[in-house]
Write a protein that binds this ligand. Structure first.
Ligand code: MV4
Length: 502
């Protein structure tokens, strides 16, 4: 049984994994780069090991360094989090070879799903609908023209080694076929070292809906329903919710079955996600599978009532799933907002820097998965995600109201954040009506990018007010405490007040 886990990650996800470890009585081990010496995940862990310079290709991505830290710490398992080595088949294989449990799927599942053409073939054999298109790489320029004309424009040319929007080309006109084919191939070659590309019919205005699955090592698999992830900006998710406003019980059950079939088709075990694109008529097609825990997993945890990291660890321990599909249901509604250190008024430029002040949102139905603290400097080297704000409500309307309340009370100074932008999304009529697809942000650009009226003077006044507040706090903190050793002045004052008031 796993008793010590090395978390090969940083930031909020490293802490999120360690929290569950602590609940399970498992010792947690952090690894950290130069930039992360003062990171919260290092403080939270029971032990921490230095793994090198700040750039991730010299630390968090170096398999040998992670393995060396695992051996030194005598960890018996590694949790990869998301990103970094989480979907690296070589890493999964290496852990196995070293006698360390990889908390995730086998190398073969990762490879099958990592190659998008192989994934399409495997998935469609299992009876899951895939986007109409090719199941082989394009072989030549002539082949590209022939195949694309047969499928019919518009199409997307995609890199087989790609995913998440990298190495994709939308082709609308016949005259653009060759340049798009060449562009996609060379982009794929330089990004992935593999220039295999394939073609899919272009689905106009799709929804991105994904299904969470869990599969044990004994052939049992269930789905934990869907997440609606259509609110995206440049292939970066911004808001996720579950249930999807688009979904019906019938389609949900059908897609869930297909998601489970997809997982079984690649011999999967662990937590995974099947992504679908869905059109307005609820036709759905497999897009890709993510063979890791996802950023947005907490909304599923909240609505289904299952700790996904605990399940990952149990599965890695060789335990059978402790529940059947019929035991699972969706309770209420959950929404996640991703808070980035980015400037929405300046094309979402990353805004690294020192956190001067943070007031985290709290209260009923609110979960805040973060890692920053006052005085912490957000490094330039990694993803600028500061935290994830997750709320629950009995209904979607209640969840939206709660998210607005939580965003309103969330204060961060020192770096620019996406909080104001997220508040605008929560106030956007299309979002409130659940009437949106992957074009939501583009379609509502004017509404979402409207600058605040309060600039100039108002901004100056806000700065003065903040400074006065700061001074006030410092002078209060420095006042000597002297109450003659009896009950505190505060209590006496309040007692008098309360007598006069009530
Ligand atoms: C598509 C598509 C339309 N038709 N494939 C973007 C990310 C990658 N996972 C696949 N993506 C898309 N593939 C076909 N055949 C539209 C997108 C797409 C998209 C998908 C999900 C969420 C946001 C998106 C934004 C633009 C394009």
């Amino acid at each position: 049984m796993i008793r010590k886990v090395l978390v090969a990650n940083r930031g909020e996800i490293a802490i999120r994994v360690m929290r569950t470890c602590r609940e399970m009585g498992i010792i947690s081990v952090a690894v950290y780069s130069d930039a992360d010496r003062k990171s919260m995940h290092v403080r939270y862990a029971d032990e921490a090991y230095y793994i090198g310079p700040s750039p991730s290709n010299e630390s968090y991505l170096v398999i040998d360094k992670i393995i060396a830290a695992a051996k030194k710490s005598k960890a018996d398992a590694i949790h990869p989090g998301y990103g970094f080595l989480s979907e690296n088949a070589t890493f999964s294989e290496r852990c196995k070879k070293e006698g360390i449990i990889f908390i995730g799927p086998d190398a073969s599942s990762i490879s099958t799903m990592g190659d998008k053409i192989t994934a399409r073939i495997t998935i469609s054999k299992a009876g899951v609908p895939v986007v109409p298109g090719t199941k082989e790489p394009l072989t030549s320029e002539e082949d590209a023209i022939k195949v694309i004309k047969k499928i019919g424009l518009p199409v997307m040319i995609k890199a087989s080694a790609g995913g998440g929007g990298k190495g994709m080309r939308l082709v609308k006109n016949e005259k653009d076929i060759l340049s798009s084919y060449r562009g996609a191939r060379s982009e794929a070659k330089s990004a992935f070292g593999n220039d295999a590309v394939y073609v899919e019919k272009y689905i106009e205005s799709p929804h991105h809906i994904e299904f969470q699955i869990l599969a044990d090592q004994h052939g049992n698999a269930v789905h934990l329903f869907e997440r609606e992830c259509s609110v995206q900006r440049r292939h970066q998710k911004v808001v996720e919710e579950t249930p999807s406003p688009l979904m019906t019980p019938k389609v949900r059950a059908e897609m869930g079955k297909h998601a489970v079939a997809a997982a079984k088709a690649c011999g999967y075990h662990g937590a995974g996600t099947i992504e679908f694109i869905v059109d307005d008529n609820l036709n759905y097609y497999f897009l890709e599978m993510n063979t890791r825990l996802q950023v947005e997993h907490p909304i599923t945890e909240r609505v289904v009532g299952i700790d996904l990291v605990r399940e990952q660890i149990n599965i890695a321990n060789g335990l059978k799933l402790g529940f059947k599909q019929s035991d699972l249901s969706q309770n209420g509604h959950a929404i996640e907002c991703r808070i980035y250190a980015e400037d929405p008024d300046n094309n979402f430029m990353p805004s690294p820097g020192v956190i001067q002040h943070i007031t985290e949102p709290l209260g009923f139905g609110v979960r805040h998965d973060g890692y920053v603290y006052e005085g912490y400097e957000i490094p330039i080297y990694y993803d600028p995600l500061i935290s994830k704000l997750i709320v629950w409500g009995k209904t979607r309307d209640e969840a939206i109201a709660r998210m607005k309340r939580a965003l309103h009370s969330y204060k961060i100074t020192g770096v620019k954040t996406s909080i104001k932008f997220l508040e605008k999304i929560m106030n956007c009529p299309d979002f409130i009506e659940g009437n949106y697809n992957t074009h939501f942000i583009e379609k509502n650009k004017a509404f979402l990018e409207e600058k605040e009226q309060c600039k100039g003077d108002c901004k100056a006044i806000a700065i003065i007010a903040a400074f006065m507040d700061y001074q006030n706090r410092i002078s209060r903190a420095q006042q000597p405490v002297s109450n003659g050793g009896s009950a505190s002045n505060w209590k006496m004052i309040n007692r008098k007040k309360s007598i006069s008031r009530f």
